[in-house]
Design a binder for this molecule. Structure first.
Ligand code: 3PG
Ligand code: MG
Length: 413
């Protein structure tokens, strides 16, 4: 039977002092070597961990980094994250060099009330992401053996049916962390009666990642703005040549279908009219040589890397006056200054929506990192989501296994 998930406050109210609480956080941050380039997800994970530690729990944090293939790989170690988490919490974070092995058992056994430990990358264990229910559940049982209760706070992974997200909740009394609760609150505002006009900006490299969300939003949003690598498949769908730009040929027909449906439904699809191109993808080896070309006349030797300046203005104008905006995916290769202006123009337009009292939501690891890299303050936006895939799947109307499992009463508590 479905029930409302227990809140963190309720769990704490029942008394957690001296109890071992396993917290699933999403600490999947971008790294340059062992340097964290955007710690947004770590900062977002602090309130739940801190609330539990302050209440005297022995907090055992479990998380993943990157996509290792079920065995240890040094470059995906969470060790740098443990150090940063400790700084942000203002207390020591013990680091276990494995997830459910000897180091984890000893580290957890050594925790005092109010202590915090981080386990090594959960994806170093094949059971975590296994498609075999038996294998996954066996690993979840090992994780559950380390704790007395489970708190799900990794919003960025709630769309994954994985051991530390899903199966472990069936084995321990569980609650929803404050980050997951806050993210769901915003997602609800985007899907149930969003204040209009409602605009959605989509970018990023692949159309195929965004099909479900475009499908769903064509019935909900008033305006859909499209940039990033995925825009070239839309331009091709309009019959234009896209040169050497990213193109998903097998999605051209789908994009044509979206353009037709949008026209029928009265949803405005805004595509760029100019594009910043170069002859090659930026690399350390040569200076970028950006040029602006018309979106319907991309030369054969050109590779589109950002929306152009006129499009930046058109996009900003289309967002002006919106009361609700959701944005996922950069407009271009924002990491390189020559191709960052389109992303900057969209970010700036969202801050103006916020300033005018509207709701602006930045969704996804890449877009969140983009706005911070470009120097925007977090509070210039209504909400910066820690979930990319998770927020898109929510907006697609999909069931998120990591949420539904919290609403089930399979485990007493
Ligand atoms: C993310 O980065 O979107 C989340 O941490 C989930 O990671 P995943 O896509 O590798 O499951
Ligand atoms: Mg329950």
């Amino acid at each position: 039977m479905t029930q409302i998930a227990k809140t963190l406050d309720q769990l704490i109210g029942e008394g957690v002092a001296g109890r071992r609480v396993l917290v699933r956080s999403d600490l999947n941050v971008p790294l340059d070597g062992s340097t964290i380039t955007d710690d947004g997800r770590i900062r977002a994970s602090v309130p739940t961990i801190k609330a539990l530690a302050d209440a005297g729990a022995r907090v055992v944090v479990v998380a993943h980094l990157g996509r290792p293939k079920g065995e240890p790989e040094a470059r995906y170690s969470l060790a740098p994250v443990a150090a940063r988490l400790g700084e942000l919490l203002g207390r020591d974070v013990a680091f276990a060099t494995d997830t459910v092995g000897e180091s984890a058992r000893q580290t957890v056994a050594g925790l005092v009330d109010g202590g915090v430990a981080l386990l090594e990358n959960v994806r170093f264990n094949a059971g975590e992401t296994s498609k075999d229910d038996v294998e996954r559940k066996a690993f979840a049982a090992q994780l559950a053996g380390l704790a007395d209760a489970f708190v799900s706070d990794g919003f960025g992974v709630v769309h994954r049916k994985q051991a530390s997200v899903y199966d472990v909740a069936e084995l321990l009394p569980h609650a929803m962390g404050t980050l997951v609760a806050a993210e769901l609150d915003v997602m609800t505002r985007l899907t149930e009666n969003p204040e209009r006009p409602y605009a959605v900006v989509l970018g990023g490299s692949k159309v195929s990642d965004k099909l479900g969300v475009i499908d769903n939003l064509l019935g909900k949003a008033d305006t859909l703005l499209i940039g990033g690598g995925m825009v070239f498949t839309f331009l091709a769908a309009q019959g234009h040549q896209v040169g050497k730009s990213l193109l998903e040929e097998d999605q051209i027909a789908t994009c044509q279908g979206y353009l037709t449906r949008a026209a029928e439904a009265g949803v405005e699809i805004v595509l760029p009219t100019d594009i910043v191109v170069d002859t090659a993808f930026p690399s350390g080896e040569r200076e970028p040589a950006p040029r602006v070309v018309a979106a319907d006349a991309i030369p054969a030797d050109a590779l589109g890397l950002d929306i152009g300046p006129a499009s930046g203005e058109t996009f900003a104008a289309a967002l002006q006056g919106a009361r609700t905006v959701f944005w996922n995916g950069p407009m271009g290769v924002f990491e390189v200054p020559a191709f960052a202006d389109g992303t900057r123009a969209v970010a700036q337009a969202l801050t103006e929506v916020t300033a005018a009292g509207g709701l602006s939501v930045v969704g996804g690891g890449d877009s969140a990192a983009a706005v911070r890299t470009l120097g925007f303050a977090d509070d210039a936006f209504g909400h910066i989501s820690t979930g990319g895939g998770a927020s898109l799947e929510y907006l697609e109307g999909k069931v998120l296994p990591g949420i539904t499992v919290l609403e089930s009463d399979k485990v007493a508590g």
